[in-house]
Design a protein around this ligand. Structure first.
Ligand SMILES: NC(=O)c1ccc[n+]([C@@H]2O[C@H](COP(=O)([O-])OP(=O)(O)OC[C@H]3O[C@@H](n4cnc5c(N)ncnc54)[C@H](OP(=O)(O)O)[C@@H]3O)[C@@H](O)[C@H]2O)c1
Length: 340
């Protein structure tokens, strides 16, 4: 049958599902409610996935609070356009749209849904899914989304990490950081220094960091070391101090800014990129892009044993607000997941 003529194949037996719904911007316990809603229909390029787990990202906090406020131009001015949190999922395909030719009902997949993950069913584009790595659970696979892509693209593409280079990772024990340590090593970094707090030092070492700086006891900007690549996942130091950690031809990759309501989270990132035009070092600030070919790179890294997802906490769907509140504290150890 011609793909263009095919209709949705498969589908769940029920018409409704449970989902965490966000109707306004604000603190998790005020704006998140778990309720019954219709199972979404799928366009021809999408599939319906029965969600086994959805991982939680800092992104969900920004969508929940509507911060930085400047981002409401995109997220929705007075109320969120995206009503179900959750950008990363893993689960089983239960229905496929008419144009989808490379997935089948029953496939175990992981990938990007861009919102809608905290529910029993989600409707990702087929092109943003990949087969689950053989050697991990669906829960673990659900962590291989935004955070892992940010680490991969930040180190490989924006930072252009080369074999043998010395890498500094500030914020080495959270969702992005636990992937960044392992991916830096997988990409050939010669030496990785990770920065995190006391409780997470052992985790960072176990993931392959050659040296860990506990920021509660030591200021990493006082180190004599200079780095080829500084992957800044915490934004905790002024730009001038951050720059001093780089070799003359070093690169600073900034994936975050300072916490703040209006524009602060992005002003450091934009300011850094502008100011670096006058310096020998390169400053880069980007957001990760959803990309199946990179999901396949992550799958290969996991299957070859070079990257292992770190799961911090598991929450039920009824605990969705608690899960988002926990993430917003900014001290997760690896990734936390919501299990519908
Ligand atoms: N550009 C992008 O596309 C992109 C994508 C994803 C995330 N992000 C941003 O990246 C940041 C991290 O995301 P995430 O998912 O990894 O968050 P997370 O899971 O909450 O982790 C935050 C990390 O920051 C560390 N940290 C907190 N205060 C610190 C300090 N003063 N110095 C050094 N490290 C500190 C924490 O370690 P301790 O617990 O040990 O303190 C933890 O490892 C967020 O700001 C997020 O918005 C950007």
């Amino acid at each position: 049958m011609e793909a263009a003529n095919r209709e949705v194949v498969g589908g769940p037996l029920t018409k409704t599902m449970r989902a965490a719904i966000q109707s306004a911007y604000g603190p998790a316990h005020q704006v998140i409610e778990v309720t019954e809603v219709p199972i979404p229909s799928i366009e021809p390029d999408r599939v319906l996935v029965e969600v086994a787990a959805a991982s939680i990202n800092a992104l969900d906090f920004h969508y929940m609070t509507g911060t930085p406020r400047v981002a409401r131009l995109d997220m929705g001015l007075s109320r969120p356009k995206r009503t179900i949190p959750g950008a990363d999922i893993a689960g089983t395909v239960v229905a496929i749209g008419g144009d989808v030719t490379d997935l089948r009902v029953g496939d175990a997949v992981f990938g990007e849904v861009g919102g809608g993950g905290f529910a029993e069913y989600a409707r990702p584009r087929a092109s943003l899914l990949a087969p689950k790595p053989e050697n991990v659970t669906l829960e673990e696979a659900s962590t291989l989304g935004v955070a892992a892509l940010t680490a991969l693209q930040g180190l490989r593409d924006w930072g252009q990490l080369q074999n043998g280079q010395r890498v500094l990772i500030n914020g080495g024990s959270g969702g992005v950081g636990t992937f960044a340590i392992q991916i830096a090593k997988a990409l050939g970094a010669g030496h990785v220094t990770a920065v995190c707090s006391t409780n997470n030092v052992d985790t960072a070492l176990s993931l392959g960091a050659d040296r860990v700086i506990d920021y509660t006891r030591e200021d990493f900007t006082t180190l004599d070391d200079r780095f080829d690549l500084f992957y800044d996942n915490a934004g905790s130091k002024p730009l001038g101090q951050s720059r001093r950690m780089l070799k003359d031809d070093g690169v600073l990759v900034m994936v975050t800014g300072k916490k703040g309501g209006w524009i602060r989270p992005v002003d450091r990132m934009i300011g850094g990129v502008v100011r670096s035009r006058f310096w020998s070092q390169r400053f880069v600030s980007r957001t990760a892009r959803a990309d199946r070919s990179d999901l396949l790179v992550l799958k290969e890294m996991v299957e070859s044993g070079r990257v292992k997802p770190v799961i911090d906490r598991r929450f039920s769907l009824d605990e969705a607000a608690e899960a988002l509140a926990y993430q917003s504290e900014g001290h997760a150890r690896g990734k936390s997941v919501v299990i519908p």
